[in-house]
Design a protein around this ligand. Sequence first.
Ligand SMILES: *[C@@H]1O[C@H](CO)[C@@H](O)[C@H](O)[C@H]1NC(C)=O
Ligand SMILES: *[C@@H]1O[C@H](CO)[C@@H](O)[C@H](O)[C@H]1NC(C)=O
Ligand SMILES: *[C@@H]1O[C@H](CO)[C@@H](O)[C@H](O)[C@H]1NC(C)=O
Ligand SMILES: *[C@@H]1O[C@H](CO)[C@@H](O)[C@H](O)[C@H]1NC(C)=O
Ligand SMILES: *[C@@H]1O[C@H](CO)[C@@H](O)[C@H](O)[C@H]1NC(C)=O
Length: 384
Amino acid sequence: MQSMLSILLLLLANTTAGYLVPNSPGKYNVTLTTGPLIDYTRNDPYAATPTPRALMLSVFQPATCASTVPVPDMPNKIADYQGPFLEKTFNISVNLTPLFLEARLPVCSDHPDSCSPLDDGPILLFSPGYSIPRLYYNVLASAIASEGFTVITIDHPEDANIIIYPDGHAVYNNASILSSPTWDEYPRAADASFVIDQLSNATAMAELLPQRGPRPFPTDRVAMLGHSVGGASAIIAASRDPRIRGAINWDGTIFGSPPPSGLSQPVQIMSQPVLFMSHQNYADPSWLAAWPQLKGPKLVVYVANTTHYTFSDVPTLFQAAGQSTAPFADLLGTIAPAEMVRILTAYTTAWMNGAFTGKEGGPLLQGQEPGKFPEVSTMMKGNF
Ligand SMILES: *[C@@H]1O[C@H](CO)[C@@H](O)[C@H](O)[C@H]1NC(C)=O
Ligand SMILES: *[C@@H]1O[C@H](CO)[C@@H](O)[C@H](O)[C@H]1NC(C)=O
Ligand SMILES: *[C@@H]1O[C@H](CO)[C@@H](O)[C@H](O)[C@H]1NC(C)=O
Ligand SMILES: *[C@@H]1O[C@H](CO)[C@@H](O)[C@H](O)[C@H]1NC(C)=O
Ligand SMILES: *[C@@H]1O[C@H](CO)[C@@H](O)[C@H](O)[C@H]1NC(C)=O
């Protein structure tokens, strides 16, 4: 493994211009805008001094544009933080910072005359894994957006390992967020509801998306997706906020479920459709515990040859940088990275379309197209 890793570093060190990740595969190209949304009504429970809770967002909008330009996948300061973070988290003796530092994402240039975003399409909020910046999911968010959805990825302060705000200041993970005893205190669901509130706030939208101008977004077609604790957060948020019309959980255990005796089940009874996508072919006990609470369409699928971390951009970055994921099979799985992007995009968009039309179904979700994605199998299914 060590020699492969040395090769990786050498190759990346020589590509000063960076390497390009594949273009988004769908019908549209995408525009990318990043910026903060600040909740002046909530102080951040994990900040050292009273501070309004400030989310950083990436907004991916489907657009028609004649050409795309390569933009950095993440700011240098965030990329620099990832190598040491991953070395420590996974006990690997390689600095993966160059993988993030050199990645370039093809997006529409922000010239209004050469680019027309598809307005007012359905919206998907995305919540990342614990302590992982939202920027680890840029490729996946672009792929989903290229199918005609506005995708908004969210950094939750003190949860993401590092967030950099436009004024340059940084906020780091505060591990005491893990001691949030209940979902009422863990702030991710409230963050999602705040973003939906602000979608109707013309002033806030004009600040976040200056090109769009002071126009609110319709909030009647909003769904939520997440990875890991972000996926669990999508379900919790939807069970508490009926404006979230569907939830998709990529491989996320719902902590506190099943609840210790005396406490109530964290997933409140809900009717919105819920899709679970798993890396293992047995249902997570917390999903089984939540299952009876889900009164709408519900589905658990398993993706073979994946791990918990295949549900991120990391395998795609390896491939785009010209590196095999084989030495990292234990961490990243063996499925072809592009195939995983296709699977996650196909299931997520099919599930959202069903949520917004009020009718989940179709051959893919019904398991009637086994040849299409042989890695995917249905584990549990209900109410559709
Ligand atoms: C972490 O959060 C706790 C509240 O749980 C707060 O008292 C503490 O100051 C925070 N630490 C930092 C470094 O912000
Ligand atoms: C997307 O951009 C590429 C160039 O990067 C262009 O060839 C293609 O026509 C564009 N497609 C759409 C739908 O805008
Ligand atoms: C980290 O990896 C090294 C070398 O593989 C091993 O000796 C060490 O025990 C590991 N540390 C932890 C905390 O797992
Ligand atoms: C709307 O957004 C503006 C700008 O961020 C903010 O000052 C205002 O408080 C927001 N209004 C509401 C009702 O949240
Ligand atoms: C998993 O990968 C192996 C090769 O690594 C392949 O033989 C097998 O068919 C894959 N399983 C599925 C369900 O795609």
